[in-house]
Design a protein around this ligand. Sequence first.
Ligand SMILES: *Cc1c(COP(=O)(O)O)cnc(C)c1O
Length: 467
Amino acid sequence: MSNLFKYLPSVDSVLTRLEEEGVIDGLPRTLSRDLVNGFLDVCREEIKGGIVTEEKQLSAEVLFPRLTCHVRAGAKPHFRRVLNGTGVVVHTNLGRSLLAESAVKAVAEACANYSNLEFDLKTGERGSRYSHVEKLICEITGAEAALVVNNNASAVLITLETLSKGRESVVSRGQLVEIGGSFRIPDVMTKSGAILHEVGATNRTHLRDYENAINDETALLMKVHTSNFRVIGFTKEVSGGELAELGRKYDLPVYEDLGSGNLTNFSGLGLMREPTVQEVVAEGVDIVSFSGDKVLGGPQAGIIVGTKKYIDMIKSNPLNRAVRIDKMTLAALEATLRLYLDPDTAMREVPTVRMIMEKPENLKTQARSLARVFRRVLGDSVKVGVREGVSRVGGGAFPEQDLKTFLVTVLPQVNISVEELKERLLSTEPPLVARIEFDAFCLDPRTLSREEYHMAAQSVLQALNLD
Ligand SMILES: *Cc1c(COP(=O)(O)O)cnc(C)c1O
């Protein structure tokens, strides 16, 4: 077995050949060397593991095509574009929201040029980075003041740290949620220094539960959106309005972590009614926080709105510097929020909102057109159909609720299973992510743009030809 090792080519001879064949054009020498070494390590493992048993398995004709694939794959940027055929609009693993065109332009402008990020063009003196969006957020949400931070997780952290450090926050047991990616309300509370005072039962919490919990150590009454799950049946939750009234009675601030925080009224889609940020603010809740990149459809950000007194306290917390928003995000956020000044414009131009609101009859037309592209590109190698199915909003918004859609079903007619097709599509260029349902590989046009139909078909073509 061990004498097979001597048939492995040397790193330098391999590099020379890759160079001659143009495989490593433009790649830094150290990277190509690492990739070749990595490949040769795999070969050594194969010899040790008894996968490679003969000299001819190590010949240039056998090794080079594999090596070329390995080097090409390793040379690609690690972070790259993926086609989302899942129909999950705010797909956390695939980057959540896509930015509107105007927001993309604003980001490019902000990062390629100097700007008035913290410069007041009226006075020529130092300005505030928050000034670019605060008025806009207040105008849209009806709040008195606003602050933006890195994401909603940091919004929760800094709000609790500012208002409840060393003192108690009263929260319902039904709202001690884990969002995923290790964000759990009890843990964030501990990190902020706030002391959790749980009240009520998992399924039912009453106003009197909050009231009975209030004592000298109470600093805050908090409500958390249950985001990614739903408690059904015999349930009771206290509304923001009721809690706000209780807060006023005892002179305590009331904070609601809205999670997704939609600015759009999504009624008419068959989804459960969710209060908008505007409605929660109007209920009198003192502080409300929500994400910028969930159903709002902007960049990753945490938006905190509320009464000036509390927002000012949060703004001047030294922790604010550690969670501050960067200029590209700020540019994207301002551009996105400007679209919300007219709700119809937002529905048309914010991709997340548009995709959620897409009408089933349009999705049917899109599915048919996607199916046509697949038939044209892939011919008889796949069987393509269209059938009714469901999409999800995702991002912890509208959990367990279906949006009607039409799916394109793809069944390979060559010798490969649906599961294998799905797996191979992870290494095509671009990769295509979708789900298996009805025993077929299913693509949801809700999350694919028309420009991507052909790309998706090409990816499937590549997948069928891989082995
Ligand atoms: C998503 C979510 C968060 C975290 O927001 P990020 O913007 O992802 O940091 C916090 N609280 C709730 C209720 C959420 O749904």
